[in-house]
Design a protein around this ligand. Sequence first.
Ligand code: AMP
Length: 287
Amino acid sequence: MSLTVVGSIAFDAVRTPFGERDKMLGGSAVHFSLAASFFTTVRAVGPVGDDFGPDEFAILESRGVETDDIERVEGGKTFFWRAHYAHDLNVAHTDETQLNVFGEFEPKLSDASRTADALFLGNIQPELQRRVRGQCDARLVALDSMNLWIETTRDTLAAAIAEVDCLMLNDAELRMLTEEPNLARAARAAMEMGPEIVVAKRGEYGAALFTADGFFAIPGYLLEDVRDPTGAGDSFAGGFLGYLDGVGAEVAGASDADLRRAMAYGSVLASFNVEGFGSERVQTLTR
Ligand code: AMP
């Protein structure tokens, strides 16, 4: 079983009420890869600048993540995101986004990445998600996105969503995308755009799974020490899709039990993630 992921590979500067970091490894593909690596072989795809060095590669490789398709652009700068959280940790306030090497990125997947069994289109420009989707014939494809892309590239994002099996957004993004305030109706409206499965991530309240004829919700693990929610959504997606790929589930054939177990693993990885800044806590986990 193997799983390809494209998404941001980033340096993040983050401030929460519990501390801050000026420059830590982040990005949707990074958080996803680390979480999914507990269940299956993960191949990360995306560009980095020459400021991305051996220490950053080592964090991914120490969890067995395949980094051959991470393209290092000489003279380029890695994607950068600066954000802060106030006391409501469910809401990230973006202060700065620099696409840097992602602005010019032309994805060219290796054979190993192209033929992976599953594909995660992590949060990044929807046009790039489509170009990667077009090169990969995975049997299980999931997509995440965010408010920035819903606001600025809605049509391309809708086209990307039409090409996947599973849409994973947080509840506010799902409402924004479908312009439907009720979550159940928003999930139905999203399914009409193409995907058979919709997962609404709900921060500390957990996540909800919608299928054609089913509904399942799981809470987040109740924690007293939460430091930084950055990457929780991607860690959830990594646990969810990593587990499904690890058991060889196909979307049409995924049993209700597998989907529910995948939700539980997603919730576990997300809960670990928020205990430390960035991926610091997940890096310490063993299985
Ligand atoms: P989340 O799981 O939603 O908390 O995602 C957090 C990660 O998303 C951070 O590590 C950021 O580097 C990354 N990120 C923030 N904004 C964007 C963006 N516009 N496109 C892609 N990745 C982003």
